[in-house]
Design a protein around this ligand. Sequence first.
Ligand code: ADP
Ligand code: MG
Length: 334
Amino acid sequence: MAAISFRDVIKRYGKGRQELQVIHGVNAEIGDGEFVVIVGPSGCGKSTLLRMVAGLEEISSGQIAIGGRVVNDIEPAERDIAMVFQNYALYPHMTVFDNMAYGLKIRKMPPGEIRKRVDDAARILELGHLLDRKPRQLSGGQRQRVAMGRAIVRQPQVFLFDEPLSNLDAKLRAQTRIEIQKLHRELGITSLFVTHDQVEAMTLAQRMLVMNAGRMEQFGTPEEVYREPATTFVASFIGSPPMNLLKGAPGTKPGTVTGIRPEHLDIGEHGWEVRVETVELLGAERLIYGRLGDEHIIVRTEEGQPAPANDSMIRVRPREGRLHQFDATTGRRV
Ligand code: ADP
Ligand code: MG
């Protein structure tokens, strides 16, 4: 196991006039044994950051250290990491056993040790009865478990996951999330997990690193990021539906934006006057889409509460201590 540290990490692709900087100086310390999720929209640089840890991309400037050792100039194979990708990249002609054993065989590990490691991983991942099958005889979820098994048998210092659940359907994704958490509890290996899905990030992360356009916007526990988003970007990216960001609500100072989550607005006799535009029932909850002056606002209520009619006026009041203030220019929390 090992800590990972990012010091002023910058990445540029291309040369000369083609040069494009995509990571703009990331600083972060990941603890030994910690499970950290890197989350952000498509194209923000998540894979690039992970691939620099793996050694698949050169670090343009700054340093990455694994277990206290700067790895900038160390070959991928010498970094003691294992990576799991979105497309499982299994060998179609090999059995599950051989797929998991392959990396150990090319490292010339004795067959007895290989057998033991594969059997152990297969037990943890409940793949024991599938070891003789070929990948095409497996479901998507089982293939993903084989891909994880192949990483586990290496017993690396660090696991790197790049959107490993994106090809699975919603139910299987939820299930596999729980398995990954279990795996981490059991093995305790430092893990960096990349996703664009904020629900996945919230549920898996011990801490999450939120990225936007090549910059780190916030690094904290899911609770911290949800309760105290550092920027308007984080406020609108984490949480669904997103936080309301209002310029015109009563009490908003010029040059600032008031944030309030849809679940922290209560309908009642007093408060801001909102015209109802649409109401959606999502099962346990109801979302009310409306206008506060000329701004859009979303209110979230429980299914048991009465639904207001379209075009009616309601009053909503922010809960005590749940308002956020951001600088309108920089987007940073004030
Ligand atoms: P993410 O994984 O968050 O979707 P990436 O790390 O793949 O984002 O990409 C970040 C940015 O770098 C994107 O703008 C992408 O187009 C660019 N990029 C990624 N790989 C290369 C490459 N090999 N050459 C040039 N630009 C690249
Ligand atoms: Mg990516």
